[in-house]
Design a protein around this ligand. Structure first.
Ligand code: SF4
Length: 243
């Protein structure tokens, strides 16, 4: 029996067309400096980073490493001291507890805070391995795989990015992060490398901060409007005659 080809998913083309529009508006985004791309550094930055601006978490991660000298010493530091050291984070107590738990578990599994074994693993297996660590979910695991020197084409989804994909009609409207990830990964442009994924995520965050805010999205000014289900709906509503 002949199988009908469904052809390429139109969402792939939408993503391809969206990226240059975002670059045109915000410019290219440089990848992080080498000292911020060690997998262990990216892991710590993610674990302490809940609801905190990236710049703040970057500085806090640097301060921790400078103060304690290595991640093993961070793991054995008293919890109250870590809470104090993480006072710049939005939730310092939770950040300290998660950090201590994840580093302690990593040391128990590997003997030290060392993620070099992920280099030899397939991307999905490596993400599954990371997600066993306390406090490490899909977003942090994806961040370690993509933004670090592991350099894998994996999409990092935070709440901004997920919200935009939902409004654009690229993932189901009520998808949680895991479902959104499962829906979008198969339609990502196959020619995109890890750096393209990283840049795409950082540009989408800017869309979320600039126009596609949690409430009252500013579709009329958004560069993604023509590619976006919600944006097109808003435009149609504007031009429809009122009764
Ligand atoms: S057009 Fe509106 S809903 Fe779509 S991405 Fe832009 S701000 Fe968000």
């Amino acid at each position: 029996m002949t199988q009908l080809s469904l052809g390429p998913d139109p969402r792939t083309e939408t993503l391809r067309r969206l990226q240059p529009l975002l670059v045109q508006r915000f410019g290219h985004i440089q990848r992080a400096a080498a000292e911020w791309r060690a997998p262990e550094w990216v892991l710590v930055q993610g674990v302490i980073g809940a609801r905190t601006k990236s710049e703040v978490s970057n500085s806090a991660t640097d301060r921790l490493l400078k103060r304690y000298g290595n991640w093993e010493s961070v793991a054995t530091a008293p919890l109250a001291q870590l809470q104090d050291a993480l006072s710049s984070q939005t939730y310092p107590n939770i950040a300290a507890e998660r950090l201590k738990a994840s580093l302690t578990d990593l040391i128990a599994r590997r003997g030290s805070v060392d993620l070099s074994h992920l280099q030899g693993m397939g991307t999905q297996d490596a993400m599954d391995w990371l997600e066993q660590l306390p406090g490490v979910g899909r977003k942090i695991a994806a961040g370690v795989m993509n933004a670090s020197t592991l350099d894998r084409p994996v999409l990092v989804l935070d709440s901004h990015h997920r919200r935009i994909l939902q409004r654009m009609g690229l993932v189901p409207a009520k998808a949680d992060t895991a479902r959104a990830y499962a829906a979008i990964m198969p339609v990502m442009p196959p020619e995109w490398c890890a750096a393209d994924y990283d840049e795409h995520h950082l540009l989408m965050k800017k869309v979320g901060q600039t126009w596609c805010r949690p409430t009252r999205p500013d579709c009329a000014n958004c560069v993604a409007q023509s590619l976006c289900e919600t944006g097109r709906g808003a435009k149609d509503a504007e031009v429809s005659p009122t009764s």
